[in-house]
Design a protein around this ligand. Structure first.
Ligand code: FAD
Length: 520
């Protein structure tokens, strides 16, 4: 593998450039570019790669205005281009304005401070350094608006929300939130300065930064945010009814706040976990996903046995599902056979158990996992939910798996996904993450957090993709409205409070939060 492949991969939220692609990518681009020229043998570059990836993740949603790239000067194919761009030391940071000429070799950032917050502010400055004429096509104005421009908007009806962030002159929050919302339609974000007295007077604002919202119906209000931080402001705005990613808005015909499809039939609380989803996950897993395997033997049989045992011991739901899983588990463990036809499992699930009144519901019924149209959410959503519930349950009942001979729960889930999960690419991604980091998981609490972190990585990768349901857009979870104390800022960068996340997950996926409403 080349150096770039080791330090940065396609999974990272940045663009890996090479001699072949550098010029064509950065010149005459509709966005500005910030490129780190590094060398994979340079120790500091290796140390710094984590910061650069975190920066790229932090500003991923700004890429239509300014994109982040890397180029490895230690790769032989890149020797010439690094010379041409006068890269003498590693890392060298160069930025390129939008619509730059092919002869432009970029401007070198010489600042000693390379921490995320400083580089992010540099990116804002780069964008502000454009003129009205050569500004990146998708970049809205970042300059402050005046009361003369904003006050006439009060009381006016509009198709969109308008958010006004009022802040001190040296604050970057307003500009960062404008850029965070770049890919979203349904809201326009403006900034104004705390020195604009007529505005403060009219909006009755006295603390900064503050966010004020003009609603489509002409009313306006101060928007309350638990913490006056960029992440909280951006999350609040993204959660407004009708605000959605432009790619999703284009593929969906829904208007502000409306559920587009009659398929969403029940009132769902996002703060609840629904037993119907867990039951449906098992229904689909046993009757559809597993049923594509006509016989089970060797490793497959072992994986299935472990999975059924884990569910039998930890499933929190109705007694009859537990009874079914226990019976299935006992039956599988008592079998002297090395090879079983899957039809025997189906017979047991469908018929024999029914005689004793213990059976799995005959229909799929998604509640919390209901999509806004067919083909969205459903089974994969319910499988994640089941996995989270099981890790939390295992922590609450530590001895449940004693003497079962079963592997740790995450290993059982990993093997199930690798062996049986119908989405093969998903299975490969999950396996890669598990191979990279599962060994470091030592406790049951860490299991809960590992699964949460891994799920968020998938959310991050899929945000804005075609499988993203416009009514349930993928984003860092839990949101600020579900768990405000889970979110903090350190040196201007969003961080999770892991203790609070753990407590939240234990509560959210714990027995007391499982709703039997709409059960099968
Ligand atoms: P989901 O992501 O399925 O989440 C379900 C519910 O879990 C959410 O509604 C929310 O309440 C809660 N939740 C969200 N995030 C977290 C979190 N971090 N921790 C705890 N709870 C959370 N699809 C792909 O296209 N590519 C993949 O590589 C891929 N890998 C997958 C791997 C696994 C193991 C699974 C089970 C699914 C995978 N999928 C993948 C499917 C994808 O992740 C979603 O499940 C699917 O797109 C449906 O999304 P959803 O909006 O219903 O929410």
């Amino acid at each position: 593998l080349g150096g770039a492949a080791r330090l940065y991969t396609e999974e990272d939220p940045l663009v890996i450039l090479s001699s072949g692609s550098l010029r064509t990518t950065v010149s005459n681009s509709s966005s500005a570019w910030l490129v780190q020229f590094f060398s994979s043998w340079c120790g500091h570059c290796i140390q710094y790669s984590g910061t650069w990836k975190a920066l790229a993740g932090d500003v991923q949603e700004w890429q239509e205005a300014i994109s982040v790239g890397v180029l490895d000067c230690a790769q032989e194919e890149n020797f010439d281009v690094c010379k041409e761009f006068s890269i003498k030391f590693y890392p060298t940071f160069k930025y390129f304005r939008a619509h730059s000429l092919p002869t432009d070799r970029g401007t070198t950032y010489k600042g000693a401070d390379r921490e995320i917050q400083s580089v992010r502010q540099l990116m804002v400055n780069i964008l502000q350094n454009h003129t009205r004429m050569d500004r990146p096509q998708h970049c809205p104005p970042l300059e402050p608006y005046s009361s003369a421009e904003l006050l006439p908007l009060l009381g006016q009806r509009s198709d969109n929300f308008t958010a006004i962030i009022v802040e001190e002159p040296d604050s970057y929050v307003g500009r960062e939130v404008i850029l965070d919302l770049l890919q979203y339609s349904g809201v326009q974000v403006r900034r104004a300065l705390s020195s604009d007295l007529p505005l403060l007077d009219a909006l009755k604002i006295s603390t900064f930064p503050s966010i004020y919202l003009l609603q489509p119906n002409g009313t306006h209000t101060h928007l309350h945010s638990d913490k006056k931080l960029r992440f909280f402001f951006s999350s609040l705005l993204k959660a407004l009814p009708g605000v959605q990613r432009r790619s999703q808005a284009a593929s969906s015909s829904s208007s502000v706040g409306q559920v587009e499809n009659a398929a969403v039939t029940v009132c769902v609380y996002r703060s609840k976990v629904y037993l119907a989803d867990l039951d449906s996950a098992l229904h689909y897993l046993l009757r559809v996903e597993m049923a594509t395997h006509t016989t089970l033997e060797g490793e497959e049989l072992q994986v299935f046995k472990d999975f059924v045992t884990m569910v039998a011991k930890l499933y929190p739901g109705g007694a009859w599902v537990v009874k079914l899983m226990e019976t299935l588990s006992d039956w599988l463990l008592s079998l002297p056979l090395q090879r079983i036809p899957y039809q025997a499992v189906l017979d047991l699930v469908d018929n024999k158990m029914r005689i004793s009144g213990v059976y799995l519901g005959a229909e799929l019924h998604w509640v919390g996992c209901q999509g806004s149209r067919a083909g969205l959410r459903g089974y994969p959503c319910s499988l994640w939910t089941l996995f989270h519930v099981l890790t939390v349950r295992h922590e609450a009942t530590p001895t449940a798996l004693d003497n079962t001979g079963s592997a740790p729960v995450l290993q059982v889930m990993r093997r199930y996904i690798r062996t049986f999960f119908g989405c093969e690419v998903c299975g490969r991604h999950f396996e890669q993450t598990a191979a990279d980091s599962l060994d470091s998981v030592q406790s049951r609490e860490e299991q809960i957090l590992w699964l949460w972190r891994t799920h968020n990585r998938v959310n991050n990768r899929l945000a804005g993709s075609l499988s993203d349901d416009p009514l349930f857009p993928k984003s860092p979870w839990p949101s600020t409205s579900l768990c405000s104390s889970c979110h903090e800022e350190k040196n201007g960068v969003h961080v999770w409070n892991h203790d609070n996340v753990l407590h939240f997950l234990q509560r959210h996926y714990g027995n007391a939060n499982l709703s039997p409403r709409y059960s099968l």
